[in-house]
Design a protein. Structure first.
Length: 279
C-alpha cells in the first residue's frame, strides 16, 4: 500500500519517541516543509519563586501536622491519658506565679561547675561571675545593670579564687585552670546549698587539678556548702573527699569514708567497670 510523504510525516509527528530523534526531525522538515512541534517544557522558575514554593509547602506540612495533633487530643482525653509536663514533675501544683518562684528558688539552691566551664568568651571575667546572680532577679530586672551589691559580691568571689586581678580580662584570654576558677566563683555568688561539679579537673594539668580540688574542699569546710564531685582519679578522691561512693554499670559498688577505703575495694570497683565494659 502506497503512503504519501505528508501522511508518513504526520504519523511521525504523533509519535513522541520518534519525534525526539534528530534525524527524523530533519526528514520531517524536508518532506513537509515545516519543523515538527517542539516538546513543551514547563517554564523555568527563578530562585525566589522556588523559595516561595518551598515556604508554601512547609506551611502546608505544618498545618497538616497541627491538624493531626488536634485530632489526637480528643482521643487521648477519651482514653484518660494526658501528657505530663516537665514543670508538673519538678514543681508542685499551684498558681503559675507560685510555681515560678519555687522553681527559681530550687535553681538558686543548686550550683553547677562544668567540665567545659560553660563561660561566655566574649565577656569579661566579672560579667561571667555576675551570671550567678541572675536567679535573684526577675527577667526584666536582669536586662538592666545589676545592683552594686551584686558587683561587690562577685569581686569578693574572684578575690577568694585568686582572680581579682583578672576581673576585667576576657575569659578567652585565661588558661583552663583559671577558667575553671571563674566557674567556681560564679557558683559561689549564687549562694547555693549544693554544688555539683562534673569532672572539674578532666582537662587540667596535675597542678591545676590540685588547686581546683583544694578550693572546692575549702568551700565545703568554710561555707558549709555540700559539694558533690564526679572523678575518675581515685587518688584525688582519697586525698580530698570525705566520703567516696564508687559506681560501675549504674550500681553502687562501695560507699564509705575515704580514710577507711581499702585497696581491695578499689580493685573490686575497677573490676566491675572492666566487666561492664566487656559485656
Amino acid at each position: 500500500m502506497a503512503v504519501s510523504a505528508r501522511a508518513f510525516c504526520s504519523v511521525l509527528r504523533e509519535c513522541s519517541v520518534l519525534r525526539e530523534c534528530s534525524v527524523l526531525r530533519e526528514c520531517t522538515r524536508l518532506l513537509v516543509g515545516r519543523p515538527p512541534r517542539a516538546p513543551v517544557h514547563p517554564p523555568a522558575r527563578s530562585r525566589s519563586e522556588l523559595l516561595v514554593a518551598q515556604e508554601v509547602e512547609h506551611r502546608r506540612d505544618g498545618e497538616r501536622e497541627r491538624a493531626e495533633r488536634r485530632e489526637r487530643r480528643p482521643r487521648l482525653r477519651r482514653e484518660g491519658a494526658r501528657p505530663q509536663r516537665l514543670r508538673e514533675v519538678l514543681v508542685p501544683k499551684g498558681p503559675r506565679g507560685r510555681e515560678s518562684r519555687q522553681l527559681r528558688a530550687h535553681r538558686r539552691d543548686t550550683a553547677m561547675v562544668f567540665q567545659q566551664h560553660q563561660l561566655i568568651d566574649r565577656l569579661s571575667v566579672l560579667d561571667n561571675v555576675l551570671m550567678g546572680r541572675l536567679g535573684y532577679h526577675s527577667f526584666l530586672r536582669s536586662l538592666l545593670p545589676l545592683p552594686e551589691s551584686d558587683r561587690q559580691q562577685a569581686l569578693s568571689a574572684l578575690e577568694r579564687v585568686g582572680l581579682i586581678d583578672k576581673a576585667l580580662a576576657r575569659v578567652k584570654d585565661l588558661s583552663g585552670g583559671q577558667q575553671q576558677r571563674v566557674g567556681i566563683a560564679r557558683a559561689l555568688v549564687q549562694e547555693p546549698r549544693l554544688i555539683l561539679a562534673d569532672e572539674p579537673i578532666a582537662s587540667l594539668d596535675p597542678e591545676s587539678s590540685v588547686q581546683i580540688l583544694s578550693l572546692l574542699k575549702d568551700i565545703c569546710q568554710r561555707d558549709r556548702i555540700a559539694v558533690l564531685v564526679s572523678l575518675q582519679q581515685v587518688e584525688f578522691a582519697r586525698q580530698f573527699a570525705d566520703r567516696i561512693i564508687g559506681m560501675a554499670a549504674g550500681r553502687i559498688i562501695c560507699d564509705q569514708q575515704s580514710l577507711t577505703l581499702q585497696e581491695s575495694e578499689i580493685h573490686a570497683l575497677y573490676r566491675h567497670k572492666l566487666e561492664a565494659a566487656v559485656t
